[in-house]
Design a protein around this ligand. Structure first.
Ligand code: AMP
Ligand code: MG
Length: 406
């Protein structure tokens, strides 16, 4: 049986980006850039004013207050062509407008007084080059501004747009086939009768795929017979990745592994030393990853979180594929009965100043979904630790959207 760390390593070693595509700039948000972005021009493209005010020659203002003749006006969007600040003169200028020849400082309106519209009085000291943004101050033509592998955020969108890019090449969002197995499953929408279980895994896993940035494709339910498994698994293998739930433990109807092998999927492991989630299998067919997760709703979500999500992010070209990890202090004693396995504890995460605290979010039996709903993180209890006392520190993987502040 592979350890938790070994299983993750085997998975990540076998995953490569799924391909690339060109998208519009706004659709690139959250995606990973394939190429370096090189500036085709300087930014700003010309020396321009950082303030609404007057373009002046500093030498004319060595003693203030001083009076200058206003000889022109350059609003935003106008050019400074043919305009010059001559000795003893000033040109009215708006923020972002190109500064005219002769300018070596801009004096903001707040530091001036306009006398008649013809003349302006400069009241404050003028420093060299003040309030002038010089050409290329931000970015120089030919400079590499964003490197390949960067996740596009709104600031990157702003930079790309400023450099004239309306479309960019990013890694593909993989299509992930999601397949449930079991004769007991019914689709959501009606009240289950005796022996029936609502197929919540398909929806939960589809949501998890979408949240990670992939495109879920629901294949449906494979019933507990070979024909149904063959049909649905064959269908699922058409996607970029296949994720199944249930039918992978030792039950006599657990057919997923058997049929996957029949369909040419090479199984790299089928058990991991974690609790919950031991019956998790991972295989590859022609470079395509296939995850067989346990059926238990809690186990399938935790194994998705710990194994499938990093793989999916790597397929999307992400370099950072693991959740942020904190060290947190346990608030409760933890008894780890399965000391050959890593325990993945469902917890709430609290922050007090610079310290994080882990509180179990409820009873940890794998059948209890509410504990999963109430958790924001997973605490990793190493296998060799049969007992951990309140006050000890553990690693926690944060997947929630907020941390309780106390
Ligand atoms: P199995 O691995 O097939 O023995 O399933 C383990 C447990 O998970 C059983 O209690 C199943 O009823 C439950 N289960 C399996 N598949 C799903 C599903 N798609 N949605 C919700 N629960 C499921
Ligand atoms: Mg089953």
């Amino acid at each position: 049986m592979l350890s938790y760390e070994q299983a993750r390593q085997v998975i990540l070693e076998n995953i490569a980006p799924a391909g690339v595509e060109q998208v519009d700039l706004v659709d690139a948000v959250g995606r990973v850039l394939v190429e370096d972005v090189v500036a085709p021009w300087d930014m700003p493209l010309w020396d321009n004013s950082a303030m609404d005010g007057y373009a002046v020659r500093r030498a004319d203002c060595s003693r203030v207050p001083c009076k200058l003749k206003v000889t022109g006006y350059i609003p935003a969007g106008a050019t400074a062509e043919g305009i010059e600040v001559k000795a003893g003169c000033a040109v009215k200028i708006m923020t972002g407008a190109p500064v005219p020849a002769g300018t070596d400082a801009v004096v903001p309106f707040e530091e001036t007084e306009e006398t008649s519209g013809e003349q302006v009085v400069i009241q404050a000291q003028v420093a060299a080059c003040q309030h002038i943004r010089s050409r290329g101050e931000d970015v120089q033509s030919g400079q590499s501004v964003i490197s390949a592998g960067t996740v596009v955020r709104p600031p990157e969108v702003s930079m790309l747009a400023s450099l004239g890019r309306s479309r960019v090449t990013v890694f593909l969002r993989p299509v992930v086939a999601i397949l449930s197995t079991g004769d007991e499953l019914i689709e959501v929408g009606r009240t289950p009768g005796a022996g029936e279980i609502i197929n919540s895994n398909t929806l939960a896993l589809a949501a998890a795929v979408r949240e990670a940035g992939g495109i879920p494709r629901v294949v449906g339910i494979a019933r507990d017979n070979l024909e149904s498994h063959r049909e649905k698994l064959r269908e699922g293998l058409k996607a970029d990745m296949l994720v199944t739930s249930a039918g992978v433990s030792a039950g006599d109807r657990d057919l997923v592994r058997v049929v996957l092998e029949e369909l040419g999927v090479k199984q790299l492991f089928w058990k991991v030393g974690i609790k919950p989630g031991k019956p998790t299998a991972f295989g590859i067919r022609d470079g395509k990853p296939v995850f067989s997760l346990p059926g238990n709703p809690v186990s399938s979500l935790i194994t998705f979180e710990e194994f499938v999500r990093p793989a999916l992010l790597r397929m999307m070209g992400q370099r950072q594929v693991l959740r942020p990890t904190f060290r947190a202090t346990l608030r409760d004693d933890i008894k780890n009965r399965e000391s050959d396995r890593t325990t993945l504890l469902r917890i709430r995460l609290e922050r007090d100043g610079n310290r994080f605290f882990a509180t179990t979010s409820g009873k940890q039996q794998t059948g209890l979904l509410k504990t999963m709903v109430n958790s924001a993180a997973i605490a990793v209890i190493p296998p060799e630790r049969g007992f951990m006392a309140a006050g000890e520190e553990v690693d926690v993987h944060f997947f929630g959207s907020y941390i309780d502040l106390i």
